[in-house]
Design a protein around this ligand. Structure first.
Ligand code: SAM
Length: 331
């Protein structure tokens, strides 16, 4: 039996690596306001440690790695890490998720380092609203970064939009219409209840079914098949558009039966489910000199720990969100 198959016959071939828990934005749904404390430097995995764990991972059948955070472009020397990871035997895809604030500066170096796909988070096209959502006046920097990424040759560039009722739901059509002008994949993601906002999360939640009905009002839209069968998004295209629209429904139609992911947190914990706080520490054995074989066992155990499905049934408002906020897990 291959060692990347979990107890529910899912093939785990995708690792998301958070390289920092720090971010230069303060998105209202992602990072606790006020008292968020950055991890001490010594708690964070070094690049050599990340590369070592990634070698173990690719040996066990991981073929896709996404670098995330916090904001990954804030970590010094990220280009070095990308170059090293992109050369790992068995790795087919290396991607980065970023808020795009520093993307204009990094796009071409990232591309040359072997990263050819990017996800950029952008919830609005209105600079004032951007500031209200993220706490920073950075809309134009992000947009310049997206244009630079397209120019450098990234494909696809995916735009992640967290849909929030009363905040950006009036822009669903306009954001989706970007796909007429640019070869972007604009993906709407259901708001996940990470920050214990209680009934506010419920009121703000918009299901992807509702988003789809709003998209149908924009123009003629048809489902398109996806090349990545394991991806959580369902894809659509407006007639005549250059890009696609994706819908990601972690809450209303959860994709647990096809979930192929593991996460490595910046402080060296393997987390098998975004919504479960069960984690396995791989940093301690690594720092105590565990052999490659021993680390493989730890990794394999994390795969076997993957729950069948997450416990957040729906946005009931009484579900207990995960202990770590998204900024510290790695989205
Ligand atoms: N800083 C990078 C960025 O902004 O893309 C990477 C980290 S961020 C945690 C990764 C993704 O998680 C972003 O697309 C963000 O919108 C998403 N995210 C964070 N909190 C979320 C929530 N409560 N519900 C849905 N998506 C969320």
């Amino acid at each position: 039996m291959p060692r990347n198959i979990d107890n529910f016959h899912r093939k785990i071939d995708y690792l998301r690596i958070s390289i920092t828990d720090w971010c230069n934005l303060r998105c209202i749904y992602c990072r606790p306001q006020g008292k968020w404390k950055k991890l001490p430097h010594e708690e964070i995995l070094s690049y050599e440690e990340i590369i070592e764990i990634s070698k173990v991972a690719t040996n066990l059948g991981i073929t896709k790695i996404r670098i995330t955070g916090g904001e990954p472009l804030l970590r010094r020397n990220i280009i070095y890490l990308c170059k090293e990871l992109s050369q790992l035997k068995g790795l087919k895809s290396l991607t980065v998720t970023t808020n795009g604030v520093l993307l204009k500066h990094f796009a071409s170096e990232l591309y040359r380092a072997g990263v050819h796909r990017l996800n950029v988070s952008l919830d609005t096209l209105d600079p004032d609203k951007y500031r209200r959502i993220t706490g920073k006046n950075m809309f134009h920097k992000v947009w310049d970064g997206i244009e630079e990424a397209l120019m450098v040759g990234f494909y696809p560039v995916k735009i992640n939009v967290v849909a929030i009722r009363g905040i950006n739901d009036d822009e669903i059509g306009e954001l989706a219409r970007l796909t007429f002008r640019y070869p972007l994949h604009v993906r709407f993601i259901e708001l996940m209840p990470f920050l214990n906002h209680g009934s506010d999360s419920v009121d703000r939640f918009i299901s992807t079914d509702e988003i789809l009905s709003r998209l149908r009002e924009v123009s003629d839209i048809k489902p398109v098949s996806s090349s990545n069968v394991n991806g959580p998004a369902t894809h659509f295209r407006f007639r005549g558009a250059l890009g696609k629209v994706g819908l990601i429904s972690p809450i209303s139609h959860h994709f647990c039966p096809t979930c192929n992911r593991l996460r490595l947190t910046a402080d060296g914990k393997l987390r098998a489910c975004l919504f479960s706080d069960a984690e396995i520490d791989i940093k301690t054995p690594l720092r105590s000199g565990a052999s490659h074989k021993e680390l493989e066992k730890v990794f394999h155990q994390a795969i076997l720990n993957k729950p069948e499905k997450h416990s957040l049934k729906a946005m009931s408002g009484t579900d207990i969100p995960p202990h770590r906020p998204m900024v510290a897990i790695g989205g």
